[in-house]
Write a protein that binds this ligand. Sequence first.
Ligand SMILES: C[S@@+](CC[C@H](N)C(=O)[O-])C[C@H]1O[C@@H](n2cnc3c(N)ncnc32)[C@H](O)[C@@H]1O
Length: 304
Amino acid sequence: MSTTVTGFTLIHQVPLRLCRAIWDSIPSSVRRTPTMFRVGRYIYRKFVRNTVRFQSHYTHFMRNPPLLSVIGALTSHYPANSDVRIASIGCSTGAELYSVIYAIKNARSDLHVKAHGADISGTVVEVARQGVYHPDVPAAQGGLYVAGRAEVASADGPSLVDILQPLPDGSLQVRDWLREGVTWLTADATDERLVNLVGQQDILLANNFMGPMQDELAERCLVNMMRLVAPGGYLVIDGNDLDIKTRVLKASAFRPVLMKQEEIWSSESSRSGWPWLRWAREPLDRSEPDWAYRYSVVFQIGDR
Ligand SMILES: C[S@@+](CC[C@H](N)C(=O)[O-])C[C@H]1O[C@@H](n2cnc3c(N)ncnc32)[C@H](O)[C@@H]1O
């Protein structure tokens, strides 16, 4: 009896490290073809997505500049001097929320930003409230999970001077005009009562904490996040499983916002290593039927 050995059956028999070395040796012009994207997705789903899932507190100031500029641009249609409600769920030590507040105030200084930051770890929430960071040292030490890398590198301090004010001891503090109007709280993103604590939002950030959850919990959590978005508002969601995101959002009233989609998707170099690393960024593949949902980070819900 003869056996046909396909590329897929070979993968089952060869150690993953060797497969990765073979993959890396393929010219990138070949790796970036629809066929190879499909092979990569097969490898990811079959061998990588169910490997070790762990939470961390990693966050960073001004991490995805194209995303921040899109969020700023989305506020252009708000009436003059109106309120804008924004929340970061899984906010960690606050670098993401402060960066977004900066982007909005920079784009629309007349808006009154009412912000909430919520995290399951009270320790990191307290750091976020203080808004003090030491360059090159993660502020999340002592939190529930792995601290991850520092919120700000010393080399970046000067470029962040509009956001972070240097203190005499070498630390950096978020400027008062960005800390005003922010409420920080300890809360669980999977708790259905969260909407009673923070209310519905014009912009809801739900980034980089659903990916490590088990699938069923991640899906429930995503639905819970969607409930926090006010009619006409935006959901910003990144760092979660793309199959779950695509399926749940496609069946909802949320629609992808395609502004700078490709720039946002390719902005974070720390996410290289796909398909071999669980948290790595899958390349944007427009031959995928659901590419608009799969590779979007910003979604808007209709007014009704
Ligand atoms: C990797 S950090 C992401 C921080 C920020 N959202 C960002 O993208 O820069 C993930 C954060 O989510 C928090 N987290 C994890 N599970 C959570 C849950 N069920 N409810 C609220 N926060 C959670 C963790 O404590 C951690 O601080």
